[in-house]
Design a protein around this ligand. Structure first.
Ligand code: SF4
Length: 444
């Protein structure tokens, strides 16, 4: 099998992994090295459904000794198998990087032989990239649960970000669908990474030349909609992971049925993209808006409202806290007003030091009045002509959300590396097979 065939198989097998954004690292290019990574995110673009497509997202191998029911690479699935050698993968990454196809590497793998063997091959690949090719670009690598902690430490010193996929939100779901994995086997490497990151931050202060350990932190991915687990359960788990393991991100992946299985949604079911979107919105509220999972959902209402985003939904159910006086409300309360984000809340604090704000002023500061107007007062007044009531707010917010959903609709598919270019979609940066062949044979 030639490298192109391997690339076709192994980029296609990797497309279900969504945990691949790239922000959080600041490493300048130095003389004699290739590539750099900047903290606001390398030059990457996203497919219409929000997935990052400018990293070379690929598996080391799709051979796997495990049999996770939801995975195309499970050992019992009859599919074409391939494996890169570390040299092939390192060469490929550098060739693509030099030709500006990619800005970095997102490397995952099936478990070949055993977790240690697989991790050693990942290490070998990254060592080639970092030492032989002196590649300074962004690398996100998957940690293989069950691998020796020493190997994970070596891997972490070569990568910018590492992640262990938790995949399913509960032990029961894991038992049913991924019988070779346990919650402990996933949480153990997460704990190890958290400790090493903490130790490394001290080493860096003490020793000028200490190598960084996963400077962009660790992340994980959860599949949404493959099991009956509720949004409440998923969000609670995310909250726990952020607190306990200091994760940078939890990624949510709407389950795309690829295999027939009695415990999984039918093959013709659509991926629950709106549910995935609501979880991302709620996740944002946990990380930047001071919300807790139990404020957004509970046992009685365990799933998000499909008609309204979680912040609006929370506000509508807490009308007793509104309207808030924009010229006096504390920052924490401003953040809870629909239509006011982190930036606009900070701008309000700054602007009101010099004088009272009115509705026109708020608009200039970036507040989305269409939503905020039902929850705020400016110098004791509502927006002219507006009568605030829970009903009017509810009607307006639902129709606003419905309109947005309609506008942004897209029936999107996950792209593969070789997907056809769509001239109407500027976000589609897939490359053609011919380009890749030419690139590898040195004709470009
Ligand atoms: S271990 Fe990973 S690659 Fe292997 S079957 Fe499970 S999810 Fe798929």
């Amino acid at each position: 099998m030639d490298v192109i065939d391997k690339l076709t198989i192994l980029t296609d097998s990797a497309k279900y992994d969504v945990a691949c954004t790239s922000s959080g690292v600041d490493r300048k290019n130095t003389p004699g090295t290739l590539g750099n990574a900047v903290s606001m995110g390398i030059c990457h673009s996203f497919s219409a459904d929000g997935r990052c497509i400018s990293l070379l997202k690929v598996l080391m191998t799709n051979v796997c000794i495990y049999d996770c029911a939801y995975c195309v690479n499970r050992k019992s699935n009859d599919t074409r198998r391939a494996a890169f050698t570390p040299q092939e993968l390192a060469d490929l990454t550098i060739q693509f990087y030099r030709r500006n196809y990619i800005e970095g590497l997102f490397l995952s793998s099936g478990v070949m032989r055993n977790p240690d063997y697989t991790t050693e091959r990942l290490i070998e690949t990254l060592e080639l990239l970092r030492t032989e090719y002196r590649f300074g670009g962004y690398i996100h690598v998957k940690a293989i649960p069950g691998a020796d902690p020493e190997l994970l430490t070596r891997l972490g010193h070569l990568a910018d970000r590492m992640s262990v996929n938790i995949e399913l939100p509960s032990q029961e779901s894991l038992k049913l669908l991924a019988p070779d994995k346990t919650k402990e086997s996933i949480l153990l490497p997460m704990g190890h990474m958290k400790e090493r990151i903490a130790e490394n931050s001290k080493d860096i202060v003490k020793y000028r030349h200490a190598t960084k350990f996963v400077p962009a932190g660790q992340s994980t991915q959860m599949i949404v909609g493959a099991t009956p687990d509720t949004d409440y359960r998923i969000l609670n788990l995310s909250e726990g992971l952020y607190r306990k393991y200091k994760l940078k991100r939890v990624f949510y992946s709407a389950y795309t049925p690829v295999l027939e299985h009695s415990l999984l949604p039918a093959l013709e079911s659509k991926p629950p993209l709106l549910r995935e979107h609501r979880l991302y919105q709620a996740d944002w509220l946990l990380r930047f808006y001071g919300f807790e999972a139990k404020e957004l959902l509970d046992e009685k209402n365990p799933n998000f409202n499909p008609l309204m985003d979680p912040k609006c939904n929370w506000a509508i159910h807490h009308m007793e806290l509104f309207p808030v006086e924009i010229n006096k409300a504390p920052y924490e309360m401003l953040l809870r007003v629909p239509g006011i984000g982190v930036t606009s809340a900070q701008r309000i604090l700054k602007a009101r030091r010099t004088g009272a704000l009115d509705f026109a002023g708020l608009k200039k500061l970036g507040v989305v009045l269409k939503r905020a107007q039902y929850f705020i007062l400016c110098s004791g007044r509502t927006l002219e002509g507006l009568r605030i009531s829970p009903d009017s707010a509810l009607r307006a917010l639902v129709s606003d959300n419905m309109r947005k959903k309609h506008l942004h609709k897209p029936e999107v598919e996950q792209l593969t590396f070789f997907d056809e270019l769509d001239p109407k979609n500027p976000l589609n940066t897939a490359v053609s097979r011919e380009d890749v062949v030419q690139c590898l044979t040195g004709q470009m």
